[in-house]
Design a protein around this ligand. Structure first.
Ligand SMILES: Cc1cc2nc3c(=O)[nH]c(=O)nc-3n(C[C@H](O)[C@H](O)[C@H](O)COP(=O)(O)OP(=O)(O)OC[C@H]3O[C@@H](n4cnc5c(N)ncnc54)[C@H](O)[C@@H]3O)c2cc1C
Length: 502
């Protein structure tokens, strides 16, 4: 059998998923990773000391949606077993059923598919990497950096990638490969190298409109997580979005996302005392960070420059480059709020495996790969962008002293708050179907496009606030001016500066 050599740039989530998907007796896979390997001792040590300059978001909250969870469960059950053994948790559909439906909820077998896998990202990566490095014909080379691509031109002038130059211990080395997968993440340099060779890649980029702030905590000995309350574990208050992420080994993290335009809040929130004060003021989080219950285990990690980005690798029906496959954040970036990046990477990795297995020749393989990726990921990407744009406008309008909503804006707001949200809190069937879309198991809008569901939602809306009263959440937290007063922040904004965003 002719052995196929595949070089993978990066051993992050996309690189590891690529190795899982492509590992087979006919292939040798080499993952080149600029960062050092994880400490061998344990997942605990990985969280404490693993230095990963290549992944700035390593210590931000992470969860794998059902699309990725099911892939692990059905294709790599032993890996899922190792993840669970290391303490990663399965958050079942049942765990997310709102208080308003808890009593009447009856499980059905399909609910098992709507499971989120969650833990500290260091634990997920530590276990996945340990598993991948034991696969036959897979080698992970740490502390080595890919510095450029080797290439030649086909007869029609298309760039054909034939390997990469790596640097290790100060020495440069050329590695030939049948194909190169660039899983170098959001700061990958592959597209710069291609540009220098005259390969133009059309790129869509949009600002996600938020900054991310995460802090980790651990339950004290003898303490347990607070009982489930009436409030959701994640919600949007306009000036801040919050999310609670249960994790492995009695740990959890809290992420607060702040709109770009909240300049003062975003500069102060990195202070642990400010971060914790916000959490204490939010009734859903307050019991989680009681001083008698938990100890913080990290500082507040902040992250900006969050973007949605889509690269177009096919023009006029032809791949723009051959045998070079961007994958993961290097190909498609998404707002972390939706928790889809790792699932996107896993879906793309398996699309690549399918292309290599079912198509002959690099052109047909590339076309198949991009077609599958577009079919499987684009609907979620588009839906996310639409929601982001709406959230950016909403955050800006909230600060605009001159803004008075028109009839269209009022109706839309009411449709979201009084129809969709209430439908999710009052009808388990609708919740199930919407969750399928959220988890990337069906088109994100499919549930609402079904006439039966649409009429149900409209009927719930038409019932009116009074009759739906029981399904509204109790107050999620202080209003903006109340929170700012509590934190001693000035609620005024330099509105002129932000007009454009509005
Ligand atoms: C704040 C935040 C929170 C997120 N939360 C979630 C979530 O809850 N769920 C979810 O599914 N997704 C989440 N995401 C998205 C998810 O983290 C990314 O989609 C995912 O990390 C992409 O994997 P990747 O392998 O492409 O990139 P990375 O994981 O960043 O890995 C890239 C790797 O390539 C290496 N590398 C880069 N260049 C070179 C080179 N030249 N030579 C050698 N090595 C190189 C880097 O060192 C790194 O190890 C989040 C993202 C952010 C920013």
């Amino acid at each position: 059998m002719v052995q196929q050599n595949i070089l993978i740039i990066g051993a992050g989530i996309a690189g590891l998923n690529t190795a899982l998907a492509l590992a087979s007796p006919g292939r040798t896979l080499t993952l080149i990773e600029r960062d050092p390997p994880p400490p061998e001792a344990s997942a605990e040590a990985a969280f404490d000391v693993w230095e990963r300059r290549g992944v700035g978001h390593l210590r931000h909250s992470h969860a794998f949606l059902a699309r990725l969870y099911l892939l692990l469960r059905d294709k790599y059950p032993d890996l899922l077993g190792e993840l669970l053994e290391a303490g990663c948790r399965e958050l079942k559909f049942e765990d997310g059923v709102p208080a308003t439906l808890r009593e009447e909820y009856q499980a059905i077998p399909e609910d098992n598919d709507l499971t989120i896998l969650t833990s500290r990202r260091t634990t997920l990566e530590f276990v996945m990497r340990r598993y991948v490095s034991k696969l036959p014909s897979v080698q992970i080379v740490p502390n080595a950096r890919v510095k450029g691509l080797l290439h030649e031109r086909t007869e029609d002038g298309t760039l054909n990638v034939t390997g990469a130059t790596i640097e290790r211990d100060g020495q440069a080395e050329d590695i030939k490969a049948n194909l190169v997968v660039d899983a170098g993440g959001k700061n990958a340099l592959g597209f710069d190298w291609l540009k220098a060779e005259g390969v133009q890649i059309r790129t869509e980029v949009e600002n996600a409109g938020i900054l991310y702030f995460t802090r980790h905590y651990r339950l004290k000995d003898g303490q347990e997580e607070p009982p489930k309350g009436k409030l959701p574990a994640g919600a949007d208050l306009g000036y801040v979005k919050y999310g609670l992420f249960p994790a492995d080994n009695r740990c959890f993290s809290i992420t607060l996302a702040v709109p770009d335009i909240e300049m003062e809040l975003r500069s102060k929130i990195v202070r642990p005392e400010v971060f914790d004060a916000i959490c204490r003021a939010l009734p859903a989080l307050e019991p989680w960070i009681e001083e008698t219950r938990v100890d913080p285990t990290s500082r507040v990690f902040g992250m900006g420059e969050l973007k949605s980005q889509w690269r177009h690798m096919v023009e006029d029906g032809k791949p723009v480059v051959l045998n070079y496959y961007p994958l993961g954040d290097n190909l498609i970036r998404s707002n972390p709020l939706y928790g889809r990046g790792c699932s996107f990477a896993a879906v793309a990795a398996h699309a690549l495996a399918e292309a290599l297995e079912t198509k002959q020749g690099s052109v047909a393989q590339a076309l198949h790969y991009y077609k599958t990726v577009t079919r499987e990921i684009r609907p979620y990407y588009d839906s996310m962008r639409k929601l982001d744009q709406a959230a950016i406008k909403r955050a800006a309008r909230e600060l605009d002293p001159t803004y008075t909503p028109g009839i269209k804006a009022k109706v839309l707001k009411s449709f979201i708050n009084d129809a969709i949200t209430i439908a999710m809190r009052s009808d388990i069937g609708l919740l199930r179907e919407a969750m399928h879309g959220f988890h990337m198991l069906s088109h994100p809008d499919a549930w609402l496009k079904k006439p039966r569901n649409f009429f149900k939602v409209m009927w719930i809306w038409a019932r009116g606030k009074k009759r739906n009263q029981a399904y509204y959440t109790p107050r999620l937290g202080p209003k903006r001016h109340e929170m700012f007063a509590l934190l001693n922040l000035s609620p005024t904004v330099d509105w002129e500066r932000h007009k454009e965003a509005a």
